[in-house]
Design a protein around this ligand. Structure first.
Ligand SMILES: Cc1cc2nc3c(=O)[nH]c(=O)nc-3n(C[C@H](O)[C@H](O)[C@H](O)COP(=O)(O)O)c2cc1C
Length: 366
């Protein structure tokens, strides 16, 4: 039979039931000590049961340093945090899906850090706009400490520490968060990275640290442990930023990441298909697709356009954020020809935690 987006697929070495992935979404619902809990087991399990064949977790902090960015964010930084993910992974695997841990260093976007660290920045540049009320109530961005040589080393080791924790917990892989204005993204961005030492300059130089992390991670983990990266130009508060190097620079970056051993590249944009780069007509996802690198595409995919997107990006996974939030049963419903629920942002108020969502859902049933 003709393969559709609902057919099983081999992606980056994983056998998946279909081409639908849950996009990473911060839900600030862990214990204050960063351990995953029962609420999170049920939360992730419902997406696996709803038909998503790959679950990408919310951004998880990998170390006990400056990587944590939000209160009640989960970690993979200590043994009990690692252990706390085991029931989540078991539940997702039990429902037939795979699960990848997104590892995130908050960088200058830190809104809360229980180790009482100052944000770490590639320079002292603060993000544009204001912190997100969705994740807590900080009024203004804090001044970042500028990374020195030892900070680069500590951040790299922090990522490796988190990856070891992810392996031990039983995740199928990790995704490095290089998107949306968090530290790895800031290092790639000329809004933040205006350094004039070896870590700054043109794309080839700005990307060196990210490539170093990928290489070190690849050397450390087994071949069948999936190592992905998420990339964007936009940040959580800046929808307009573009790398100055355009398509050529981005194409160089994706090839360099592939050579460094990345298994997939996950692009995110407000609209996955928009011409994204300073010059040229291609979207970020189209550049990765055309480079022949396993692609997860994200941005604006919903019940009306998923089939077109699947055809436009052959062999790629479609990652859904808001459409999945709106309806954890999305995949099952669209496969059956039913209309998925629409998103009501009220479910994420006053902050985007699972408890508020559950309260909102219960109110809808009353
Ligand atoms: C509540 C919420 C939390 C998010 N948290 C993360 C995150 O932890 N890591 C990440 O890479 N993206 C995060 N995102 C971005 C989504 O993964 C996705 O890229 C974005 O919503 C656009 O895709 P969509 O149009 O399918 O929603 C978050 C989005 C939302 C709505």
């Amino acid at each position: 039979m003709f393969d559709s987006e609902f057919s099983s697929i081999e992606f980056a070495g994983m056998k998946l039931a279909n081409r639908f992935a849950l996009a990473p979404m911060t839900r600030v619902s862990a214990q204050a000590n960063g351990r995953a809990n029962e609420l999170m087991v049920d939360h992730y399990k419902r997406y696996a049961e709803g038909g998503f064949s790959l679950i990408i977790t919310e951004g998880i902090y990998p170390d006990q340093d400056a990587s944590q960015g939000y209160e009640n964010q989960p970690g993979l930084a200590d043994a009990l945090q690692v252990e706390s993910w085991v029931p989540v992974i078991k539940a997702v695997h039990g429902a037939g899906a795979k699960i990848i841990a997104q590892l995130m260093h908050a960088g200058a976007q830190m809104q809360y850090n229980r180790f009482d660290k100052q944000p770490l920045g590639v320079t002292a540049q603060k993000p544009v706009g204001k912190p997100l009320g969705l994740y807590g109530d900080q009024e203004a961005w804090l001044e970042p400490k500028v990374m020195d040589e030892s900070d680069f080393e500590r951040v790299l080791n922090g990522f490796l520490h988190g990856i070891r924790g992810a392996v031990e917990a039983g995740f199928d892989g990790v995704e490095l968060h290089g998107a949306n204005g968090y530290l790895l993204n800031e290092i790639l961005s000329t809004h933040f990275n205006t350094r004039d030492d070896k870590w700054g300059g043109e794309m080839q130089r700005r990307a060196q640290f990210v490539i170093d992390v990928v290489k070190a991670a690849r050397e450390m983990v087994a071949d069948d442990f999936v190592l992905g990266i998420r990339l964007s130009q936009i940040t959580i508060t800046d929808p307009d930023y573009q790398w100055p190097e355009g398509e050529e620079g981005f194409n160089w970056l994706v090839q360099a990441l592939a050579e460094a051993g990345i298994d997939y590249i996950h692009t995110t944009d407000n609209d996955a298909n928009r011409p994204a780069l300073k010059d040229g007509a291609r979207s970020l996802a189209e550049v990765v697709r055309d480079a022949g690198i396993p692609l997860i595409v994200n941005g604006g995919i919903d019940g009306t356009n998923y089939a077109k997107m699947a055809a436009h990006y052959p062999g790629a996974l479609l990652a859904l954020g808001k459409a999945a939030l709106a309806d954890p049963q999305f995949v099952k419903k669209v496969e059956d020809g039913d209309k998925p629920d629409a998103l009501d942002f009220a479910m994420l108020q006053p902050i985007a935690n699972v408890e508020n969502e559950m309260r909102w859902r219960a109110e809808q049933e009353d």
